[in-house]
Design a protein around this ligand. Structure first.
Ligand code: SF4
Length: 373
């Protein structure tokens, strides 16, 4: 099939509200003209969210431990048990961070950490309970799927039982980190100890069955091929069909600095993922993931300029302010913003900034740059 025919086929399917298939996915990731993809993605985005608005959340992304036994090849953040730079915070120390975020206006705290088998389940439950008791205005968006597996192993419970305990403590939202690329071929190379695709999918499926919401992430730009990305999309699209439990799709690129995999990818001749690849993946994701309401422009990983451009490639959300972020920082990738700058960047892109909650409920529309609530 010629490129023109393949593009026309996608346009026809979008017009007819027909689902894109694997061959459409591969074409979008490899050959489709980027400007056409962006145009299609904006049309789809505007059917799902107000065309003139871009949402954002005031949040922070602290960590409770950097001790980890999982040795992911792309991670510069963790330290092995016994390492001099390893730390595990107390509940009080984590609450100090949640309190700082709350005082800065945060309505979400995305809390995650390494896989430290020494931490008892009660620690995690206490984090949720204490956070909600002291800072009810902050939604605990705590613990990725692989941390839930770590808790299950440490407490001899199933992941569903762990989720039930967190749910009973008041948690109803999970971050989507740790998905990397949902292809066993890739995961077994970059995060073998995290387990295969099913380990991530299982936790999100169970969370959705319990009425919890979560995000779906994807970290690309390392050893994956276009087929792996299409497989990733298929896994999360299928799960979304069951419960509509994902609030948003959040893609970002692998950052090489200080990671065990850096030398391998450099020697393999692969170039670091750039802005054009990010915009292509973002737009194609918007089109393939037809049952996702929201797609985030990940300024924190791709840079603010690319984040702004992404708002014209199918993203309807600018993500969070991330007052604290340590995982990307460990790779040497330092990106900071403020509420005021976030609003200005959204306005610069030609949209009205709208503050939202963790679950994408609208809090405030800023007609002009004003102080945040
Ligand atoms: S990505 Fe998470 S699980 Fe993997 S090594 Fe880093 S801290 Fe551990």
């Amino acid at each position: 099939m010629t490129a023109a025919r393949a593009l026309a086929r996608i346009a026809d399917k979008l017009q007819a509200n027909e689902r894109l298939d694997d061959s459409d996915g591969i074409f979008m990731l490899t050959e489709a003209p980027l400007t056409d993809l962006g145009r299609f993605a904006v049309e789809v985005r505007n059917c799902k969210s107000p065309a003139d608005e871009v949402t954002f959340v005031i949040d922070s992304n602290p960590n409770y431990t950097n001790i980890c036994v999982t040795d992911c090849a792309f991670c510069a953040f963790y330290r092995k048990p016994g390492h001099a730079e390893g730390y595990t915070l107390t509940v009080e120390e984590v609450m100090e961070k949640v309190g700082n975020a709350a005082r800065d206006g945060a309505t979400t705290v995305l809390l995650q950490g390494g896989h430290n088998p020494e931490i008892p389940l009660q620690f995690y439950i206490d984090l949720v309970t204490e956070s909600l008791r002291r800072y009810p205005e902050v939604t605990p968006h705590f613990f990725t799927a692989s941390e839930i597996h770590t808790m299950a192993k440490a407490s001899d419970l199933t992941t569903r039982e762990v989720l039930e305990k967190l749910r009973a403590a008041g948690q109803y939202s999970l971050p989507g980190g740790g998905a990397e690329i949902l292809s066993d071929r890739v995961r077994m190379k970059v995060a073998a100890k995290k387990g295969g695709v099913d380990t991530w999918i299982q936790v999100h499926r169970e969370a959705h069955e319990l009425g919890m919401k979560s995000t779906a992430t994807m970290m690309y730009g390392h050893i994956e091929e276009p087929e792996d990305i299409v497989e990733h999309w298929n896994h999360i699209r299928e799960l979304q069909d069951l419960h509509h439990g994902f609030t948003a799709f959040v893609p970002w690129s692998y950052k090489r600095g200080n990671t065990p995999m850096q030398k391998y990818v450099e020697e393999s001749g692969r170039k670091p993922a750039g802005a054009a690849q990010y915009l292509r993946i973002l737009a194609a994701s918007r089109l393939f993931l037809d049952n996702f309401d929201h797609v985030q422009a990940t300024w924190f990983s791709e840079g603010k300029k690319t984040g702004v451009v992404a708002l014209n490639f199918g993203a309807d959300d600018f993500g969070g302010t991330l007052f604290e972020e340590n995982v990307h920082l460990a790779t040497g990738h330092d990106n900071k913003t403020t509420v005021e700058e976030t609003k200005l960047l959204i306005e610069e892109a030609g949209f009205v900034p709208v503050q939202r909650t963790t679950l994408y409920e609208r809090l405030r529309r800023f007609e002009t740059a004003q102080p945040a609530v």
